[in-house]
Every structure is written in C-alpha cells, then in structure tokens.
Design a protein around this ligand. Structure first.
Ligand code: GTQ
Ligand code: FE2
Length: 351
C-alpha cells in the first residue's frame, strides 16, 4: 500500500486557493474515503436488553399520550454511532409501544419499515387496506410509500421492533412522511392466509407477471416456526437452519434494502456463518444463549436485540442443550447485492 501525500505536503497558498474554489485534493483523504482492505466501522457490536428497555417503554406510555407521539418508539442507538439514532450504519431499530384503545394514525413515507412482533395481541397494522393481525414473532412489511396505520383492540401492552431503511434514505436526503385519512379496512383475512397460504403455490392469474408490487405483507411466526423445524428435520448437523423471507411472486428478497430471515439454533448448536460484507441485527424470539460478534461476547435472552457491523465475525450459540432457540435476522445484504458488492468470505481472517 502506497504512502500517500498529506495536506501538510501542500503549500498553504495552494490549500487556500482550493478552499476558495470549493475543491479538495482526494489523495490526503483517500484512505478514509476508501479504507484499505476492509471498511472502518463506527458501528460496534451491541445488545439491547429487553428486560432493561421494557420498563422505559412502559413509562413512555405514561409520559407521552399517543397523540403527542404519532408513533411511540424508543430508537435503539448504537453507542459507536455517537448519538445517531441507528442500530447499524444502515439499519434503524425502534421498539414501539401501543396501548389498548390507541390508534397510530394513517401515514406513508419514503423509507420502508418492517414490524417484528415482540409481545401482546389484539393489535392490527393495516397496510394499503389489508388488515394484518400482529402476534409474537410475526413479520409484517410496510414497504416504501404504502399507507399504514396501527390499532390496538386487545388488552395489555403491544410491543414490536420496527426495522427501517431510514439511515440510507436520510443519507440520500429523500426521507419524508405524509398523513392521510383512516383506511377503514374490512375484516378480510390478510393474503398470507388466502392467496399465499403455502410456499410453492401462486394464484394462477399472477403466474408470469413480473411483480413490481408487494403481494404479501404478513409472515406469521407460527408457520415459520414449523417450517424451521421441518427444515432442521431434513438437514445435516453442519447445515444452518435459516429461512429467508421472500416475495412469493418474485422469489427475491421480501424488501429491497433490508433482508429478513429466521434462524433456528438447535439444542447445543453454535452457528458460525461466513463473514459477510453486510451489517445485521437479531431479535431473539425464543430461547437464550451467547453471541460472539468481532470477539465481543453478548448473552442474549428472549426479546433482546443485537447489532453487528459490516464484515463482522459472528458466532451464535444456543445456551440450552434441550430446547431450540429462534432468532430473526435483519441485514442489509439485499441493498449490497443490488449495488453489486455483497461478499461472503470463506476464509475468516479474523478467526
Ligand atoms: O410505525 O409507522 O419506528 O413511521 C418509525 C417511523 C415506526 C411506524 C417507526 C414510523 C413508524
Ligand atoms: Fe410509518
């Protein structure tokens, strides 16, 4: 690697002239714009303990009425990002609380959001007129620019994890939101229960259509859990048990920027995926164990959330030798693939 010239190498007169012409030399900044060999991460491995955050979220329920919040959310701010309210450089995570009888008004925005349900029942999110019931572990999509509102008709608090591609959209100076009239959705079951009931089957009239749309908004956890158990039943001990959430009409990632998948850690299993260029986070749906992210050990329990920077070395260990553990993974691999630079590293240099 060549040692490059610095600003000190240049005459002050020349630097003043550059500043006056709104230009800058690249070569003194080359290694910070293009770090050599691997990226420089600000994002640090981190775990948000649900046990600690839940009381704060409940207190927000007392301190701030829904009308004053629109969305009552505690954002998960990675300590490495110096006050930026993001979990990784490209992933926004927030824990949202809605109380019985409350509604979060109809709106749409340029960032995409996905809900991963943590606790409670009796709430719905309505996306483009489709009413999606929320139950623990469910994944519900709110793609960019689609109308969505939340309503809680049950009893007890309802909490979910919001995952948004807001960091990217904000960086693009393209983030905005508008409010609309309530959607007045009917009682029809959502399409995960009708048109997309089983993997491998598509409504006939959709066959061959290049879908530029979102066919399915909700991915019920009860079905994902069964699918993971069935996958484990047919897998060798060294094969990871992980299922990706896809758009059933395209077979591609369910969202364009962020990717969603479910992992089953079999009893006693340690999962050591290849090092990847993507950043990611995890929501623990069931079980407990340890994550090792770039050498940092984090003990996780049910409902905890974790974040890992790009290019991280990762191990996920199930703490139980009797019960499986289940995690939802959120990553920015779809965006990296779309941009043409996604990588997996077979030889883990950091191991
Ligand atoms: O529930 O619509 O965490 O618009 C951030 C922005 C949640 C939502 C967030 C949002 C929402
Ligand atoms: Fe929203």
């Amino acid at each position: 690697m060549t040692a490059l010239g610095t600003l000190d190498d240049l005459p002050p007169r020349y630097l003043d002239a550059l500043a006056a012409s709104s230009t800058q030399p690249l070569w003194p900044s080359m290694r910070s714009i293009l770090p050599y060999d691997r990226p420089t991460n600000r994002t640090v491995p981190h775990l948000w303990r649900y046990r600690e955050i839940r009381p704060l979220l409940m207190e927000a329920g007392e301190l701030t009425p829904i009308e004053k919040a629109e969305r009552r959310v505690l954002m998960l701010a990675n300590p490495g990002l110096q006050g930026e309210p993001f979990a990784t450089a490209s992933i926004f995570f927030g824990l949202q609380l809605i109380l019985p009888g409350e509604t979060a008004p109809n709106h749409r925005h340029s960032p995409s959001a996905v809900r991963l349900i943590v606790e409670g029942d009796g709430a719905f999110t309505t996306v483009e007129g489709e009413r999606c019931p929320m139950a623990k572990g469910d994944v519900i999509l709110t793609p960019a620019q689609l109308w969505h509102e939340h309503e809680h008709r049950g009893s007890g608090p309802m909490v979910w994890l919001d995952a948004l591609d807001a960091p990217l959209v904000t960086k693009m100076e393209a983030a905005y939101c508008i409010e609309g009239e309530p959607q007045n959705a009917g009682n029809r079951p959502d399409s995960s229960q009708t048109r997309f009931r089983r993997a491998g089957l598509l409504p006939y009239d959709r066959l061959g259509k290049v879908a530029n749309s979102y066919a399915q908004f909700r991915y019920p956890w009860t079905e994902v859990r069964v699918a993971l158990a069935d996958l484990a039943g047919g897998a060798g001990p060294a094969e990871p048990v992980q299922l990706a959430y896809i758009n059933p009409e395209t077979g591609g990632s369910c969202m364009p920027v962020l990717g969603f998948s479910a992992i089953m850690l079999r009893p006693g299993e340690t999962l050591a995926p290849p090092r990847r260029s993507s950043s990611c986070g995890f929501l623990v749906v069931e079980g407990s164990g340890e994550a090792e992210i770039d050498g940092k050990t984090l003990s996780f329990e049910e409902n905890d959330v974790m974040a890992a920077p790009t290019h991280a070395t990762l191990r996920l260990r199930n703490g139980s030798s009797r019960e499986p553990a289940f995690l939802l993974q959120i990553d920015d691999a779809p965006m990296q693939r779309a941009l043409g630079f996604y990588e997996e590293f077979a030889d883990d240099r950091a191991a």
